[in-house]
Ligand binder design. Sequence first.
Ligand code: PLP
Length: 452
Amino acid sequence: DHHSDPLPDTAQGILAEDRAHLFYSWSAQRQLSPMPVARALGSYFWDYDGNRYLDFASQFVHVNIGHQHPKVVAAIQRQAERLCTVSPAFGNDQRARAARLIAERAPGDLDRVLFTNGGTDAVEHAVRMARLVTGRPKVLAAYRSYHGGSHLTLHMTGDPRRWPIDTGAAGVVHFFGPYLYRSAFHARTEPEEAQRALAHLEQVIALEGPGTVAAVILEPVVGTNGVLVPPEGYLAGVRELCDRHGILLIADEVMAGFGRTGRWFAVQNWDVVPDLITFAKGVNSGYVPLGGVLMGPRVFDAFADRPYPGGLTYSGHPLACAAAVAAITAMSEEGIVENAAHLGAEVLGPGLRELSERHPVIGEVRGLGVFWALELVRDRDTREMLPPLGAPGGPPGPMDELAAACRKRGLWPFVHTNRIHVVPPCTVTEREIREGLDILDEALSVIGSHYR
Ligand code: PLP
């Protein structure tokens, strides 16, 4: 009976089974060479040949608490023995406690949580809520954004991943956010960029019709599309614009939330309170899938006496919520958010800036907390991009060489377009950061011939 076959225990064995039966997300199926991971601990994971990798990507920028945190693993085990699943129509102690722990850390008057299975459905709900609360159809989303992989959220996403399905989603309008290094507004300074980006958004709202706009959604720090930190005054300005026109502000903190920027929520770096916050990833570091929407009274009260239309069978899953309770508690007790803020400001940021002094291929270093990017250019004066990561199966370019050089030396970076995102777990240590910086230094030398 083939069901009693032992599990494959080599990379080749796993990939052979993969190739026979599996379909990988976001991938050309014949051109894949995924690395099977055998185990992980803290900031490291291991392949099946015993090679160790320093996880400077935190997987998909989600393992904020590091791999296999013993308190989170134990909480999942305890919950699994007691009660694996109940429908969202029943109460659950872990879900109730998780909501309280999140509300206690949230900015302003945000104090209610709708739990989801991940970030994508959190964004779907936030937009639906904004539309129902305002009675308006449109949502304004930024070019250079990622908001999820479902129909609506992929359309809201302002990057090329939406192109293949681009048949349009009603009511989604894109605008330019601030990005001084490649300013859409020809700005030369941060204040100029902030002011022009706000004037642009104001015009988009005016021309779309303020009375038709339900929400502006933005990533307070744009994640996958470049780790774009907003200039001073920008987020406050968007808040003010939204208030003026009765538009809800949605902060998509799926990547930026739960410690990544050195605060529980990224908006807390700028003292701005949105109407809705979407979160996932770091809430329980993905040990069990979980996301959610944080809301204040304006949204909550709208559904006090009429039913909210939406939710999934697994919403607020007990195992996921138990993992969130344990993860948030451990992050507080162990000072993990403070660790991200401190090491980011004192070690990681300065270390990356030092690298840029030695490697002219680094056009810009930007970030905060444990949320950084190196943007690589062929020429610092013209800012011409280093050719982006090659298409799967195509000829390798310098970004592929750089990624390979890192991996060969035991570092797993997050490589995207012409950027390296440096996004280790919030639990990363100073020694691990220095280990990663040394490897990056060597790997950047390897591609030295590709730029001036
Ligand atoms: N929003 C942002 C800002 C994200 O970074 C992501 C994922 O990377 C998502 C939404 C989608 O989250 P998920 O992949 O959990 O559905």
